[in-house]
Design a protein around this ligand. Structure first.
Ligand code: FES
Ligand SMILES: [Fe+2]
Length: 409
């Protein structure tokens, strides 16, 4: 699975974490690999292996100076491509300098996010084309938080829309970016939705339908884009939210939340809610990105709110409800003890697609989700004549139309 993930651009830093040329280096771990990210004095981004080629000191202690990172132990210096530029104790023409290369991965910046490509150089795909990474800066707000579980159970939470009307009921009623739309009323009034899943060029389109009068259905469609992206169906004119669950190692991941509006700047109210840790974002440490509500303080569970029924789990906030529930499964959930039902169909299909893509790659077949067309999709919510399948809705609501608002009720 790691080999598969290496074929994609991987979001790993907020541009703000390496805001200025020559700023301090940042520790990064991706796919269990310890790395160091830095922006050199020319403004170029580097992601190199963490340990110095001399005697393996962590280059997190390095000094970011003219054109490279200098190890503080004996002064060996490396550039963003992993080349060793200088060994102070060796003669100028020393061959050791040529041999002392560090692993380095190319980076791109899109939408205020730094992405790395860790696969074979000749297979590097086109840069990320997700809508949230291409809208103007005033139309988006992105955060990441540390999640102390395997990426897959987090990803499965994003595909499992059937939990929304249960786990998040309290927030659907109270969160200013969720309540008050026709969609949220339908959502709360029908607790037995039907699920339909269709394969798409990048992964799956997960349709959830509820009754909307005698001849119509209310549809909420979540795209899942390989390998770990989902886009949450919208409510009214509120911003769209995308997610990515990026493996740090087998037992931890970064949960990214990408909030954006395709056709207008985010309002003060929306930004206020999100920066305060509301909507799908959380309050967290700006250094470790660990949420302030976490397993050490039992996620600040409010048993009284749970008892009176204003909250299903007693944990506050949509994102923390998801995080706490998914972390509670253990670092790696035991799938052998599950009992899957009708509403888990999307999860079963996503697991199968991931496994199939990993096996196909071993046979030389490129995985889905690499092309810009497979990434340029949106979620949508709409009413539709009962006779029309959701993927044949008029106006192609799942397609990105630059500068045009999303389809949402
Ligand atoms: S360990 Fe880095 S220069 Fe010696
Ligand atoms: Fe959720």
């Amino acid at each position: 699975m790691g080999n598969l993930f290496r074929r994609y651009w991987i979001p790993f830093l907020l541009s703000d974490e390496v805001a200025e040329a020559g700023c301090p280096p940042v520790r990064v771990k991706l796919l269990s690999e310890p790395l160091i990210a830095f922006r050199d004095s020319n403004g170029d981004l580097g992601l190199i292996e963490e340990f110095c080629a001399h005697r393996r000191v962590s280059l997190w202690f390095g000094r970011n100076e003219e054109g490279g990172l200098r190890c503080p132990y004996h002064g060996w210096k490396f550039d963003v491509h992993g080349n060793c530029l200088e060994i102070p104790s060796e003669p100028e023409d020393s061959v050791i300098k040529q041999e002392a290369r560090l692993t380095a991965y190319p980076c791109v910046e899109r939408g205020g996010i730094v992405w790395a490509y860790m696969g074979p150089a000749e297979e590097q795909p086109p840069p990320p084309a997700f809508e949230w990474a291409t809208v103007p800066a005033d139309q988006c707000y992105h955060t990441k938080r540390l999640q102390e579980s395997n990426y897959l159970q987090a990803l499965e939470g994003g595909i499992d829309s059937s939990h929304v009307g249960f786990l998040h009921t309290g927030e659907l009623r109270s969160d200013p970016l969720h309540h008050g739309s026709k969609g949220s009323d339908y959502h709360l009034s029908d607790r037995k939705p039907r699920f339909e899943v269709k394969e798409s060029i990048g992964g799956l389109h997960l349709g959830v339908r509820r009754n909307a009068g005698d001849d119509k259905f209310y549809w909420r469609v979540t795209p899942w884009i390989m390998p770990w992206y989902t886009i949450v169906p919208p409510y009214g004119d509120n911003p769209l939210h995308g997610h990515a669950w990026v493996p740090i190692d087998d037992e931890n991941c970064f949960a990214w939340t990408f909030s954006y509006h395709p056709s207008r700047p985010l309002s003060e109210l929306e930004l206020g809610v999100m920066t305060e840790g509301g909507s799908l974002h959380v309050k967290q440490s700006p250094v470790t990105f660990r949420p302030l509500a976490n397993r050490d303080n039992d996620y600040l569970i409010d048993r009284a709110a749970q008892k009176v029924g204003t909250s299903s789990s007693g944990v506050k906030g949509i994102a923390m409800q998801d995080a706490s529930i998914q972390e509670s499964m253990g670092r790696v959930a035991d799938r052998a003890r599950e009992n899957l039902v009708q509403t888990d169909r999307g999860i079963g299909l996503a697991r199968r697609q991931l496994l199939r893509a990993a096996k196909d790659l071993e046979k030389g077949k490129l995985p889905p989700g690499l092309s810009p067309a497979s990434q340029a999709v949106r979620s949508a919510s709409f009413e539709l004549d009962r006779k029309i399948p959701f993927d044949e809705a008029p106006g192609e609501p799942l397609k990105v139309k630059q500068g045009v608002a999303h389809t949402s009720i």
